[in-house]
Write a protein that binds this ligand. Structure first.
Ligand SMILES: [Zn+2]
Length: 73
């Protein structure tokens, strides 16, 4: 199954702007915009390859991490 990392922003940030500050990173399935933890993410939010999980400056969503590790061998 294909996964992607997607950004969550503060409510006063504009997703899609290069300088928008990322609050947390979530994992989504098959290029969707719903995180594995259930949070809806903006379609314009930044996307990273699943391989970048755990390698960014900003924190990752713990719920997404736990679910992701259960799905990926
Ligand atoms: Zn999450």
């Amino acid at each position: 199954m294909l996964h992607e990392v997607r950004a969550e922003y503060d409510p006063d940030e504009s997703p899609g702007q290069p300088d928008a500050r990322v609050t947390r990173w979530h994992m989504v399935r098959e290029m969707g915009t719903t995180a594995m933890c259930g949070r809806e993410l903006d379609p314009k939010s930044a996307v990273l390859p699943a391989d970048d999980w755990g390698r960014t400056r900003e924190p990752f969503c713990h719920t997404c991490g736990a679910l992701y590790l259960r799905e990926v061998p």
